[in-house]
Design a protein around this ligand. Structure first.
Ligand code: R5P
Length: 291
């Protein structure tokens, strides 16, 4: 099996190749044509081989690079192409909210799978997005990676910032054998939220070390509000964790000013990247390539 690290996910791709028993790893040569179009070239031939391409699609150009990479490895003789998209961009528009809108997640899935035999992604905004793929598609979880990290830290209670995150925080709590609770969240606009604490807690939170567990941090509005509210209850400390750390603009600095630690996985590459999803992705690849 060969692993190709797309420009958006080079470091994670290399970690995945190591988890696959030091599978041969390569990165494509890329440049821009004078008119701005993307050029890329993958070295070597993959006659009869399985090839894994790793590329998050956060920026618009990431999708184009991924499509070009898929075609390039097919041209180079790949037998099967496994596409790993650690962070699937445009996944939040997973339905038509207003007339005239596209279902962006659906069209992304259709294009990504065009030259793929199977797709692996991590913590989708909505699990139903997996159904948009017509080829085999698998979702790895970022929770075990964060749990492996938190096991080494002094943690008392886990917190979901919203009711939608209950399954996530419950799973993390099971792995760490810790109590948890969920806040209530009302989104005011894309940057502001209103949060409230539940009426009851599984244990008193005063003097405790809390970790907020979220799937994605974007503007940081949710984490900052959650941390402010929790600190009013005389907790010993508040940290924040997420699978996908987008940290738009000054989000990371604003969060750091309000929490003790920020933990993120490496699906995107950011200053809070302290846990790797490489073992969890590799496990799926090993299982599926053996099939
Ligand atoms: C919401 O459904 C998600 O789980 C996150 O809480 C949200 O996307 C975080 O966004 P922000 O950092 O902009 O508050």
């Amino acid at each position: 099996m060969h692993v190709i690290g797309g420009p958006a996910s080079t470091a994670l791709a290399e970690r995945i190749s190591r988890e696959l028993g030091n599978a041969p790893f390569a990165i494509p040569f890329t440049k821009r044509f004078p008119d701005g179009e993307i050029y890329l070239r993958v070295g070597g031939r993959f006659e009869g081989e399985d090839v894994v391409i790793v590329q998050s699609t956060r920026a618009d150009q990431d999708l184009l690079e991924l499509l070009l990479l898929e075609d390039a490895v097919r041209e180079a003789g790949a037998r099967r192409v496994f596409v790993v998209v650690p962070y699937l961009g445009y996944a939040r528009q997973d339905r038509r909210f207003f007339p005239g809108e596209p279902v962006s997640a659906r069209t992304f899935c259709r294009h990504i799978e065009l030259d793929a035999d199977a797709v692996v992604t991590v913590d989708l905004h909505s699990r139903q997005t997996l159904d948009q793929f017509s080829k085999p598609a698998f979702e790895a979880s970022g929770i075990p990676a964060i749990a492996r990290l938190l096991r080494e830290r002094p943690i008392d209670v886990l917190v979901s910032p919203d009711q939608g995150g209950i399954d996530r925080v419950r799973r993390m709590a099971q792995l760490l054998d810790k109590p948890w609770f969920a806040m209530h969240k009302k989104r005011l606009d894309s940057e502001h939220v209103e949060l409230s604490l539940p009426n009851e807690f599984p244990v008193p939170i005063e003097g405790k070390q809390l970790v907020i567990v979220d799937d994605v941090i974007t503007t940081g509005g949710t984490i900052v509000e959650a941390a402010r509210l929790l600190k009013k209850r005389s907790v010993a400390g508040v940290s924040a964790s997420c699978t996908h750390g987008l940290f738009l603009r000054d989000a990371f600095e604003r969060i750091k000013a309000n929490v003790d630690e920020v933990y993120s996985t490496d699906t995107l590459g950011n200053p809070a990247e302290k846990a790797s999803v490489a073992p969890d992705i590799a496990q799926i690849l090993l299982r599926e390539t053996a099939a």
